[in-house]
Design a protein around this ligand. Sequence first.
Ligand code: PEP
Length: 254
Amino acid sequence: MVGRQYVIGNWKMYKMAREAVQYIEKLVPLVERCEANIFLAVPFTAISACFQAAKNANILIGAQNMSDAKEGAFTGEIGSLMLKEAGASFILLGHSERRHVFGESDEFIHRKVIRALQDDLQPILCVGETLAEREAGETEKALKRQIFTALKQIPKEEAPKVILAYEPVWAIGTGKTASAKMAGDAHAFCRACLAEIFGKKIAGSIPILYGGSVKPDNTKELISQEDIDGVLVGGASLDPESFSKIVHHCEKKK
Ligand code: PEP
């Protein structure tokens, strides 16, 4: 357990800039004195407006994807420095929708992690098994492959800047949540992988968040697990009231 819990909202491709600002204006008073790290991964077009709206609040704004290249002839791509210029301070990488809808490979995600660290954008590395992998008894094999590939060649001193999110693919946007025990076991395994790569002390300082149909009414049980350091929330982050309830449940585990 790393101390203050992390609560990250992933808005996916929802909310125009104006709606995003209205959301933040509603959320700020609901989480004003909360002792949790609150992050919102918003659409590219809303980053700048959200950054301005959240400037004096305890909320960090980030993005959901980026290029692995610094700059270049890559039509339609967006670079880490562009995101930073707009106000992003973190980046979701390897989200299951990027892996499975857009075909991103472990190697490609690795290059993005390196790019984010080089350009001082905090990487939130998402990993998780598919239903087929879980049913075949290959959850640990899938997690190990994703974690070891994404984090290879990262100097030990850079490792504490990474946040890991365990998100079983079959639980994302489906309403099916992993049981607390199932999530706890997967988190312990992820922690062991981090210890193998960076050593036990550094592994203990890397937050590991759970994601997959997190809602206000299942948060408490999930975060009661030793190795769960917060949550990554998709659907339930779209409404400021439900997101703030999740933040309040998390801040109780300090
Ligand atoms: C996500 O988008 O990372 C996610 C976990 O979505 P949901 O909470 O909707 O399952």
